[in-house]
Design a protein. Structure first.
Length: 426
């Protein structure tokens, strides 16, 4: 009988990760083109990072609705023509609005790049924001907002981030449906004209692109006739957190949502690497303390996770879970107990080893293949960082001690600097 199903495959710890090389050059209009050419498939992916995120918007919905409307028709193509052309060539085009950037992602077979570039250029330069499509989009968004506002998970997260960031911070989610009455097609046009420009623009090309293709892409995005604006979009106002606990009543809810966390430095901070290790141990993977206690041992939830969020304006540890309404109080007590344990007890070496192994495998997934590398490079560019950031992270993962993790927990995990929001039945 074969031992194929009875013998575990051999394994060994990851001790070295080779990070990719990036060729960066400045185009004629100042745009930075980052060339990550790699891979075996005949594909080209273009990611363009516009300073058109939430921080650049003058009012709610301006950034997200502008991004959505860019493919709803241009001076050269109708929305249907754009969709049909992308379908015909099997290409992909999507604009994702974010906190600091909106990222245009375009993916095509290498041989189809040339016939698709005019469409891409038209979407960026010449969208028309048709009124009918704008009205339809606004109505859909309004109905979705009203529907989501009845979910305890959404209630808790919206309120948490407003408390973390400050209710008037451009990142902060809005809670009032009335904002839909104050957005117009003209707001989108002006936002596009001011922010979808070569203002400190970063362009990432990855996949299997030859020198001619890279030059063609560079000529499109480096065109000096595409003018910059004088609008400064590089500054992010700091968070203004409100500490404490808030409860949001939702009659009849069978589950309560818990959103809690602590403001922290972003990934540019000196303690970022150790904090990332600490938060991973707390709730960053399936074997973490929160998951093993509250899900596996107590059975209070289907899942709980602690994440390290990093924005240009600041960072935070964010813990989220939905638990049965009748066990909300003991679940919250167990979360606080696990945080307190990290403040008072050193992590044993066996757990340190497990966290190290998970984090090293996570880094490998973030640099595995050209598309994953492009996404990782975006996250670095947003903070003015380079690949040596990952070298420092790898070094910390492999060398950090239980004593250092204990000291970091004592420095940052402070009860009077915690934000907790609970939404549901009380």
């Amino acid at each position: 009988m074969s031992n194929f199903r009875t013998k575990a495959p051999s394994h060994k710890p990851v001790s070295r990760i080779d990070l990719p090389n990036v060729e960066t050059k400045s185009l004629k209009n100042g745009t930075l083109l980052h060339n990550l050419v790699a891979g075996e498939q005949d594909l080209i992916k273009i990611d363009v990072m516009f300073h058109a995120g939430l921080k650049a918007a003058g009012k709610p919905l301006q950034s997200s609705m502008t991004a959505k409307m860019l493919t709803e028709g241009t001076t050269d193509f109708t929305a249907q023509q754009l969709a049909e052309q992308l379908d015909y060539y099997g290409a992909y085009l999507h604009i994702t609005p974010g906190y600091d950037y909106s990222v245009l992602s375009f993916l095509t077979l290498s041989k189809h790049l040339e016939p698709l570039l005019p469409s891409l250029e038209s979407v960026i330069h010449n969208p028309i924001f048709p009124q009918k499509e704008f009205d339809i989009l606004k109505t859909k968004r309004l109905h979705k907002f009203a529907e989501d506002s009845q979910k305890v998970s959404v209630m808790a997260q919206r309120r948490f981030f407003r408390m973390l960031m400050g209710k008037d911070h451009p990142y902060a989610p809005f809670e009032d449906i009335d904002v839909y009455n104050h957005i117009s097609r003209e707001d989108l046009i002006s936002f596009h004209q001011e922010n979808y420009r070569p203002n400190d623009l970063n362009l990432i090309v990855c996949g299997k692109a030859n020198e001619e293709s890279v030059d063609r892409i560079g000529s499109l995005f480096g065109n000096t006739s595409w003018e910059k604006t004088s609008l400064s979009t590089n500054q992010s106002s700091a968070f203004n957190p409100t500490f404490g606990t808030e409860k949001i009543e939702k009659k009849g809810a069978s589950q309560n949502a818990i959103a809690m966390g602590i403001p922290l430095p972003n990934k540019m901070g000196d303690d970022y690497f150790k904090l990332r290790f600490l938060i991973t141990a707390l709730g960053g993977y399936f074997g973490s303390r929160l998951n093993m206690n509250i899900r596996e041992d107590k059975g209070y939830t289907y899942g709980i996770r602690a994440s390290y969020l990093s924005f240009q304006a600041g960072g935070a540890m964010f813990i989220f879970s939905e638990v049965g309404s009748h066990v909300c109080t003991p679940a919250l007590e167990e979360i606080n107990k696990e945080i307190e344990r990290l403040r008072t007890e050193k992590i044993e070496e066996a757990e340190m080893h497990m966290v190290r192994s998970y984090m090293m495998s996570k880094i490998m997934s973030e640099v595995d293949g050209p598309f994953a590398r492009a996404n990782t490079l975006e996250s670095l560019i947003g903070f003015g960082l380079e690949w040596d950031h990952y070298q420092k992270l790898i070094h910390t993962i492999q060398s950090v001690t239980p004593e250092e993790i204990l000291e970091i927990a004592q420095r940052y995990f402070k009860e009077d600097q915690t934000i907790t929001v609970i939404a549901g039945q009380f």
